[in-house]
Design a protein around this ligand. Structure first.
Ligand code: DQA
Length: 158
């Protein structure tokens, strides 16, 4: 099973960017923790970060044939981008939306996400643990999906 983990704009600055909101863990810390959890759960993690929406869309289009699902922290793009929603739908794989902070408890413009209606689920407000919980839940979802449709392509061979 292979899971893409997409980090949106400004998440390259994790650890130094508003640590009181986003915590002190760096992006490398997050990716390392995910990769450790992936080893435990038997899933390969493929992390990708960009500050450019186009690069994220190109990555999703290019990776769609080899991945089984996506954990995505869309960052600001979640609030603004129909194109990112379309890119995820075009990739055609289940995705879980994650946020370090709890956007629903912040400014009004953060309360809406274009991605949420199409996500399998959303985990927000737990810092790095949002990613880990979202990843674990997505792996469980993919396994259940496969067990319900054993004739479909097994996770990892899609
Ligand atoms: C964020 C929340 C968004 O509102 C914000 O634009 C981000 C990070 C989070 O992880 O809490 O960049 O997605």
């Amino acid at each position: 099973m292979r899971i893409a983990v997409v980090h949106g704009p400004n998440l390259n600055l994790l650890g130094v960017r508003e640590p009181e909101v986003y915590g002190t863990a760096t992006l490398d810390d997050v990716n390392r923790a995910l990769s450790g959890l992936g080893d435990e759960l038997g899933a390969v993690v493929e992390p990708f970060q960009s500050n450019s929406q186009g690069a994220i869309l190109d990555f999703l289009a290019e990776a769609r044939g080899r991945i089984d699902g996506v954990v995505v922290n869309p960052a600001g793009l979640g609030h603004t981008s129909v194109a990112l929603l379309d890119g995820l739908l075009a990739a055609g794989k289940p995705f879980v939306e994650v946020h370090l902070s709890n956007p629903a408890s912040r400014e009004g413009f953060r309360r809406h996400s274009h991605l949420t209606p199409a996500a399998v689920g959303v985990v927000a407000g737990f810092g790095m643990d949002s990613y880990l919980a979202g990843f674990r839940c997505l792996v469980g979802h993919l396994i259940r999906q496969h067990n319900q449709d054993p004739g479909g392509s097994p996770p990892g061979n899609g």
